[in-house]
Design a protein around this ligand. Structure first.
Ligand code: CUA
Length: 318
């Protein structure tokens, strides 16, 4: 399997004004801490050498008790440093929190966390997808975040802050990407067996590319063009549609127990990042999802080879 995770994925490679602000706060705090570390270490080492017991005497050196100037100094300096860090932190918190009134023309996305995958709903266009979030570059994206089960945490370090996804308590988040690319993220709150495979891929596109993608996603799944695809659609309607939706299939009831698979064939990954989305990897997944992603709520359906062939043909059609 080729690597799906080759880009930076670090708070230290910010790609948005929000992440820039967080990285700046990190570096200011880091360098203040480094100066303290060096000064304290140098002072300790100096005193160890300068005042070491050269004569190996058994007597204590002169003892000093109470020194007002020293005590005032070692109280006020740390206090002043903490005040500076506090003010900088509060400023950053303000800067990376969504405005009360969204900026003009936001591209709103509703993010719904599930054990263990992400549902992305674009209310303006009725598009629903999973695990791979597409956004246009250069504009703030207002995200409303909830969960259907336990507490999760949405975090794409290069694009913005992280924030919990809490059942029945919508949280607001704003992310932005300066330039096109794929930005990686993950669930950052332990949420059960599948927590490690609850990855996020954000595809930042030029506004034109984004509109093209959105228009494609708004269409139904292409009608079967081969016998295998038609058989696959039959299996899907009879079995998979109990949990998954494919707009354009006969049997879908809009279920979102599992990820929406209408345009599954256009995604790069499956199982929230556990495998690449290739026919071979999809086959591996369908043979026994539990073996690929232990704990996943999709059961082993004990599908036959011919059933898997048909489902792969149908699901991968674009
Ligand atoms: Cu969802 Cu950890």
């Amino acid at each position: 399997m080729h690597s799906l995770y080759s880009t930076a994925n670090s708070v230290l490679s910010p790609a948005s004004p929000y992440a820039q602000n967080i990285a700046h706060l990190f570096w200011v705090t880091f360098w203040i801490s480094m100066v303290i570390l060096v000064l304290v270490s140098a002072f300790v080492i100096f005193n160890l050498i300068r005042y070491r017991d050269r004569e190996r005497s058994s007597e204590l050196p002169p003892q000093t008790h109470g020194n007002t100037i020293v005590e005032i100094t070692w109280t006020t300096i740390p206090f002043a440093i903490l005040v500076v860090l506090f003010v900088l932190t509060v400023q950053s918190m303000e800067a990376v929190t969504p405005p009360k009134h969204p900026k003009t023309d936001p591209v709103n996305v509703d993010v719904v966390a599930h054990q263990w995958w992400w549902e992305f709903r674009y209310p303006g266009s009725k598009v629903v997808t999973a695990n791979e979030l597409h956004i246009p570059v250069g504009k703030p994206i207002d995200i409303t975040l909830t969960s259907v089960d336990v507490i999760h945490d949405f975090w794409v370090p290069e694009l913005g802050r992280k924030i919990d996804a809490v059942p029945a308590h919508p949280n607001q988040l704003v992310i932005e990407a300066d330039k096109p690319g794929v930005y990686l993220g993950t669930c950052a709150e332990y949420c059960g067996a599948g927590h490690a495979w609850m990855r996020i891929r954000v595809y930042a596109q030029t506004p034109a590319d984004y509109q093209t993608w959105l228009a494609g996603q708004a269409k139904p799944h292409p009608a079967p063009t081969s016998a295998a695809e038609a058989i696959g659609m039959g299996y899907f309607d009879g079995k998979c549609a109990e949990c998954h939706n494919i707009t354009g299939s006969g049997g879908s009831k809009g279920q979102d127990v599992g990820p929406d698979l209408t345009h599954f064939g256009t995604r790069d990954t499956l199982g929230a990042g556990v495998l690449a989305n290739t026919p071979a990897d999809l086959r591996t997944w369908l043979e026994n999802p539990q073996a690929v992603k232990p704990g996943v709520h999709m059961p082993n359906l004990h599908l036959s080879t011919s059933q898997i062939d048909a489902l792969v043909a149908y699901l991968e059609a674009k």
